[in-house]
Design a protein around this ligand. Sequence first.
Ligand code: MG
Length: 375
Amino acid sequence: MKTIAVLGSTGSIGTQTLDVAAKLGIPVAALAAHSHAKLLEEQARQFSPSFVALADPDAGRELKIRLADTSIRVGIGDAAVCEAACLGETAVTAMVGIAGLRPTLAAIDAGREIALANKETLVCAGELVMPRARQRGVAILPVDSEHSAIFQCLAAGRRSEVAKIHLTASGGPFFGKTYTETYHFTREEALRHPNWAMGAKITVDSASMMNKGFEVCEAMHLYGVPIEQIEVVVHRESIVHSMVEFCDGSVIAQLSNPDMRLPIQYALTYPERLPCPVRPLHLTELARLTFFPPDLEAFPCLALAYDAIRRGGNACAVLNGANEAAVAAFLRGDIPFGRIPELVSRALDTVPHAPLSGLGDVLEADQAARAAAAI
Ligand code: MG
């Protein structure tokens, strides 16, 4: 078993990754999170990594006190999170937002395999991250359920034989509603996802379907497929996690009950498959699977994501930065749900379009987008 460093270990994907690690006996080399000192302390005591890090300075000082009776080294701040990223053979990147970018780059530079759960890294900087990973010979294995499905389906043929990727979307809690109907929806309504229990930020992104736009971008970067060959299809049951259509018309799908432990485990054990506690699929109980085209008028965030992807350069970093700011404002209760695409659209209209030549350009676009989306 390869040792792992788990970044964002106190979040939804992070805790499920540690569940998988505990079951399979995967050694944990390092843990990092933003600010949840109490849970990180518990995880540190359970998994005995050599190093733990918190990005937030106050929480980091608290963690140091909490772990004073152990030999576990505690790091504080962004540099410490980057250090943690490099300590396992595989870095599981499960932090939220662009905060994952630097640690992911650090792990790639250190030659660590990446189990990628932080899609914002590829959305903002896929043009920089993917070539760097190729250059270093670093594998980037998908943890996102759709991308894990695509990865598994791709094994059925050659890349040159791929005709289309069918990226499935649950449609979230607001499926079937119009934009006007959802405009004044609140945090509580957006956090009621029908199929997946996830962190707050990604749950809101699922409700707005921005998450699916990000995933189109993620699939393009991971698999080198142009946007024209990726089709989003709404599939309410979240049983088919995505499909790959080959040039002869064969469509290969990956199915399972929705449970993130399956894609997480596959990323950690690849190319092996091991038993997983996911509930077995009983097709006759399901009776039917449904598929619908996405409604771009009801979900303008998906349309904005398509626009940004087609524009290229810094546009997706602007899209992501504005979305992070808008979703944070929504989660604080400062804006209604319908304001999210309005603020993202404003940022895309006002931040000057520019090519990306390095990390500085990404961070600059991110900052400008956050300022433009401020309420
Ligand atoms: Mg997903």
